[in-house]
Design a binder for this molecule. Sequence first.
Ligand code: MG
Length: 229
Amino acid sequence: MGNQSLVLDEKLNDKPNETLIGRTKGFLDKDEGLRLYQIALAVSRRGPCLEIGSYCGKSTLYLGAACRENNSTLFAVDHHSGSEEQQPGEGYFDPETYDIRQGRMDTFPIFRQTLIDGGLENTVVPVLARSEVTARHWATPLSLVFIDGGHSFAAAFTDYNSWAGHIMPGGYLLIHDIFRHPEEGGQAPHYIYKMAAASGLFQVMPMTKTLGVLKRMECGELPEDLPVI
Ligand code: MG
């Protein structure tokens, strides 16, 4: 109760900040972002949320707003040195994310400014590390995991393998950039989406554009197609 006044002050900014979201770099569609917000608002009272691939903080603004509203926490995991397709010479390279002194990409300063501008410093815990390094000793059940990291098969599988087991019963696994056909985009997110669905441990919910939504079965819940004999 010690920080109650702080919490009350922040209630003034509960909803996702659309103006800030509009000028934040990123590849998240508004409808997808609002779905993230709605799901996080529904479940983040039960436990913290975690996102992989924060980049400059666009998804963080949606998930963070929901966690702030519920006095929950969002762990925002990113090494901030960019994924494969964001490196110099690649299709998604942005010169503004390149740090000349380091000689490599560094999106952390931009991400940090997004947290400050969005009033999320008391809600979001930035984790400046690779996903699998962060997961190595992780032991906290999560109400929501959002995978939006590297799009190679190795990166996507590593994210799925590292985090899917930490989702609490009734929690959500959200996967971005799912394209059902190779001509639409990379197939790695779709690959892990299908793995999660085939596990039988998740209920496949309607997608929003390229956002896949899977709900971890509650304890005692049975799938509709379970054999009865
Ligand atoms: Mg994405």
